[in-house]
Ligand binder design. Structure first.
Ligand code: NAD
Length: 497
């Protein structure tokens, strides 16, 4: 039942649909996509008239596929959320098809399976390497499988730079209209990112504060404790700048810094995000050393357990200069944010797994209480490990003396709503089926993000310095602390929590 205090619709029921996963046997399908669809099914969001066709190159029967799904996918559904009856009913909707996405002839069988459902919503989810996207789209079109009700979902990373991203988008754009293309950045599907939108545009108290006159600095951190997790070859081709900054960190920055859109409509929101990307001050060669830091982990320990350095991971060349850590001081050239630094940071094998946005407000202009000059209010929006929002206010410490210290007002979503939080992929998959584009990246956004990222990469190449080493289990190279202390600030873990 819907919470009577909630505004907005709960579960929008879906039209009938066919969802075709290219890469249906892959890690993403097993770990995220199928569990997400199971959860929506268990919540009765899709009830009838739907099927999922897993597509991959392996030769196997439907039973083999179901065994694979049972074996690999079920472990990613938490015990308390597994319901054997619902699971059996869910898997009854799964099919499998052996198909090589690059071979046009292989599409005949897919066309046969889809021939009686041309009026249905049809979603092709391309969970394969991006190098296959162009050919798969051409083959889908040649086989007559692209109907007006068809959508294509593209997994990241969409290219390695602006030129390769342009090529992919150009090829996909020849087959699909922009309204049919859903470029995934799963950070946008996270509940706390939705909450950031709700906080900013559902409350009037934040808007007057949300600007350079009140905000001193912003920090966005996505820190992982894991290493390359068996995906060494992939990771080494991309590195942290392309894998995390170009998409997730910049998308969070956009949601945080954009002007209030005139509505929640996809283009209204994406127009504002695009303006943020275009307002990013280019990082030129002379600023590369002072505004960016790139690092690579060495051997160290995570939670007391020894872990190898990046160069000793499987699939990593011994002389690799791929970065596993990046810190950047970004600046926006517009009236709202001029002079406010946005510190972006991401890394693997860091001390803690945490993803959060920290907004540091300016300290009081004249201190009559014994507060450190650097302590202002702070708003923390946490995406990982738990999704929470904390607003730190200065309060008096009980006792005779007038001492103050920061205390957080914690918005505890679990306690307030007592409901399971959706995984980002649940929301994004439902939105793709419903045709709602707000949480997906538009082509010009992606282009603007690469336009800012490419010169950083070029600057590093021109500099010719190897990434700075940092011990696994730390917060990155010391240069990352210098990047921010040079401006008189500190990362959140070094200041009050
Ligand atoms: P994976 O290597 O585990 O699986 C790839 C899948 O693609 C397999 O099912 C394989 O059979 C299929 N495939 C490969 N070539 C094919 C072809 N020619 N025709 C048809 N199918 C083919 O990869 P993954 O980890 O599932 O990742 C898939 C995509 O999602 C990649 O682009 C990856 O960058 C992206 N992604 C993955 C994750 C993740 O957590 N795994 C997260 C974000 C993005």
């Amino acid at each position: 039942m819907q919470d009577p205090k909630v505004s907005g619709s709960p579960n929008t029921s879906l039209q009938e649909f066919d969802l075709i996963f290219f890469g249906g046997t892959g890690d993403l399908a097993m770990r995220k996509l199928l569990p997400a669809l199971y959860n929506r099914f268990r919540d009765s969001q899709h009830t009838q008239g739907w099927r999922i066709i897993g597509v991959a190159r392996q030769d196997m029967s439907r039973d083999d596929y179901l065994n694979l799904v049972n074996e690999h996918c079920r472990q990613f559904i938490p015990h308390g959320e597994f319901d054997a009856v619902a699971w059996t009913a869910f898997t009854a909707h799964l099919e499998y098809l052996k198909l090589d996405g690059l071979l046009a002839d292989d599409y005949a069988e897919l066309a046969r399976r889809l021939q009686h459902s041309t009026d249905r919503v049809r979603v092709f989810y391309l969970s394969t390497a991006a190098s296959l996207f162009a050919q798969i789209c051409q083959n889908l079109s040649a086989a007559g499988l692209v109907t007006p009700q068809t959508r294509v979902v593209l997994e990241k990373p969409l290219g390695r730079d602006r030129a390769s991203s342009f090529e992919i988008n150009e090829a996909v754009g020849k087959i699909f209209e922009e309204r049919q293309i859903f470029r995934i950045d799963h950070y946008l599907g996270k509940e706390t990112v939705q909450n950031l939108i709700a906080l900013r545009f559902g409350n009037s108290i934040f808007e007057p504060l949300w600007r350079r006159s009140n905000i001193q600095d912003v920090q966005i951190t996505i820190a992982e404790t894991v290493g390359v997790e068996g995906r060494g070859e992939y990771y080494d081709r991309y590195g942290a700048l392309r894998d995390m900054v170009q998409n997730h960190l910049l998308q969070l920055l956009c949601i945080l810094a954009m002007e209030p859109p005139s509505s929640i409509d996809p283009d209204a929101v994406r127009d504002e995000k695009l303006k943020v990307l275009r307002a990013l001050k280019p990082i030129t060669m002379d600023a590369i050393k002072t505004k960016t830091v790139r690092g690579q982990y060495r051997a160290g320990a995570i939670d007391g357990k020894a872990v190898p350095g990046y160069l000793n991971e499987d699939g990593i060349p011994a002389d690799s200069s791929t970065e596993t850590f990046v810190a950047i001081k970004a600046e926006l050239e517009n009236w709202r944010w001029s002079g406010v630094p946005f510190y972006l940071r991401t890394g693997k094998r860091m001390q803690e797994r945490v993803a959060e946005i920290v907004i540091n407000f300016r300290p009081v202009p004249h201190a009559i209480l014994p507060v450190s000059a650097s302590e202002g209010n702070r708003l923390v929006i946490r995406l990982q490990p738990d999704e929470e929002v904390m607003l730190y206010l200065m309060v008096k410490v009980p006792g005779a003396e007038m001492k103050v210290r920061p205390v957080d007002l914690n918005l505890d979503f679990k306690q307030e709503f007592k409901t399971r939080q959706w995984d980002a992929y649940e929301r994004l998959l439902m939105d793709a089926i419903l045709g709602k584009l707000t949480l997906f990246m538009r082509r010009d956004e992606l282009d603007a993000a690469w336009r800012w990222i490419d010169p950083i990469r070029d600057g590093w190449d021109a500099l010719g310095e190897p990434p700075k080493g940092y011990a696994a289990g730390t917060w990155g190279p010391t240069a990352a602390s210098t990047l921010i202390t040079r401006d008189g600030f500190t990362w959140r873990e070094d200041g009050y929590q």
